[in-house]
Design a protein around this ligand. Structure first.
Ligand code: NAD
Length: 449
């Protein structure tokens, strides 16, 4: 089939690559000329495992362009995968979706299906249909379908090729038939429903995962207070098939471009119907509190951060991506800088993006060892494999005082004890050798004046 994809971001680009892999001819459109030029030169503008290889392998079926009109004119299916950022009140900014719908309506010269893959509030399909009708230039029939996406950054290619289900929100059997021609080569289960229900599936699913994270983070906080170990607790919980083991990793909260925005959007959507989604409100509040939990723990050792050398390991909101949008690291680094700390950071993929947020205020290091050498405190914000595999004894060897605050439970408590470091993690007992604590207090007193 001839397919066009509007948007070459994390979702659009992976969608285009996977559809080409399954034999479709795909034109991927973006308004960002720099991104398109990079793609035309065979490079991926984002870091996503397996993506660049897939783009290379299928380059004969893939076209990258800024010329939306040319791409949409003769396409059988046009997938909208543009961004849907949040507004300050939690509502969704549909500017990019509206723009794409208008461009499609003006360009289409044959009957086609427009599938909305962007995460959009319930009812947006109807709105897209109206925008298309208002701007349609030719006497063609354009059907609008809701086709939400469930991929996770860091495993996006695999998630799309082997998705748990394809959700189609359709208003006619003809639209269903066309969308099944797109997805039949994937041989995945379908959930076919009406457009509004499909739009709701996306929010209900995403927000459920956010709730699960906030719930386990609160349980972790209580574990710390009562002397239980969150990892043993989640192992015991996760084996129950009614609960499942995924999204039960306690930490310093969710981030990224989806959970924070989608929780707010669903809450806003319900509020518009005079209904307060209390569970969602609680999950959002818990997450905000959780994000700065490590800073609070650090304050039990130091009165303030002024003049301290602070190492930060991990900037991205999760491993396997270069995306730092809404990453907990950002809020923490902002506090550290505001309080006068000297911050040195390391991340294997997120430093280029971070340089747009913190330019000269932080020092970017090329190795973990460089970041922690002579540091007074080290924070871990992302559970990168490189960090998990880094020899924990090196913190004792290289840091001025080995105080490690790990927001992702990268190390075992036994290894921390053996290494002789102060080790604070989430939902687990603190490891605090008296001698190291004494050295730390002396050092911090001197440095803080
Ligand atoms: P993104 O910001 O990475 O990419 C969006 C792209 O759309 C940008 O490159 C932008 O230049 C382009 N764009 C904007 N207007 C355009 C237009 N008129 N025509 C062509 N291109 C245009 O966003 P993303 O992370 O890929 O997310 C896209 C949508 O998918 C959002 O609604 C998001 O909520 C949803 N989603 C994201 C994920 C995820 O993990 N990132 C997962 C599922 C769903």
């Amino acid at each position: 089939m001839d397919i066009a994809v509007a948007g070459a971001g994390y979702v659009g680009l992976v969608t285009a690559a996977c559809l080409a892999e399954k034999g479709h001819k795909v034109a991927c459109v973006d308004i960002d000329a720099g991104k398109v030029a990079l793609l035309q030169s065979g490079k991926s503008p984002i870091y996503e495992p397996g993506l660049e290889e897939l783009l290379k392998k299928n380059r004969e079926r893939l076209l990258f362009t800024t010329d939306g009109a040319a791409a949409y004119r003769r396409a059988d299916v046009i997938i909208i995968a543009v961004g849907t950022p949040e507004e300050p009140d939690g509502s969704v900014n549909l500017r990019y979706v509206r723009e794409a719908a208008k461009q499609i309506a003006e360009a289409a010269e044959k009957d086609c299906v427009v599938a909305v893959k962007s995460t959009v509030p319930v009812g947006t399909g109807d709105q897209v249909e109206r925008w298309i009708e208002e701007n349609r230039k030719n006497p063609v029939h354009i059907e609008v379908v809701a086709n939400p996406e469930f991929l996770s950054q860091g495993t996006a290619v695999k998630d799309m090729l082997y998705a748990s289900r394809i959700v189609l929100g359709v208003e006619s059997p003809q639209a269903e038939k066309v969308m099944k021609e797109v997805y039949d080569p994937f041989a995945l289960p379908y959930v076919v429903t009406d457009r509004k229900s499909a739009e709701m599936v996306k929010y209900a699913a995403n927000v459920f995962l956010a709730l699960k994270i906030s719930y386990i983070n609160e349980i972790a906080n209580v574990c710390e207070m009562v002397g239980a170990n969150i990892e043993d607790v989640t192992a015991g919980m996760g084996m129950d098939p009614r609960i499942g083991s995924q999204f039960l990793r306690a930490g310093i909260g969710y981030g990224g471009s989806c959970f924070p925005k989608d929780t707010k959007a669903l809450h806003w959507l319900a509020a518009g119907c005079d209904y307060e989604l209390k569970t969602v409100q609680a999950a959002m509040e818990v997450n905000e509190r959780q994000k700065v939990k490590l800073i609070e723990k650090a304050r039990t050792y130091v009165n303030h951060f002024r003049g301290l050398e602070v190492a930060v390991l991990g900037l991205t909101f999760k491993p396997g991506t270069d995306d730092i949008r809404e990453a907990p690291s950002l809020a923490n680094i902002a506090v550290l800088l505001e309080e006068g700390a000297n911050v040195r950071v390391w991340d294997p993929a997120g430093m280029e993006n971070a340089k747009r947020v913190f330019q000269k205020e932080v020092v970017y290091c090329s190795t973990i060892a460089e970041a922690i050498t002579n540091a007074d405190i080290c924070f871990i914000f992302t559970e990168w494999q490189e960090i998990r595999q880094f020899d924990i004894r090196q913190y004792a060897a290289l840091m001025k005082t080995p105080l490690v605050l790990d927001g992702r439970n990268c190390y075992s408590l036994d290894s921390a004890r053996e290494a002789g470091i102060i080790y604070e993690s989430v939902g687990r007992e603190r490891v605090c050798p008296a001698e190291v604590r004494r050295r730390l207090l002396e050092n911090v007193d001197v440095r803080n004046g």
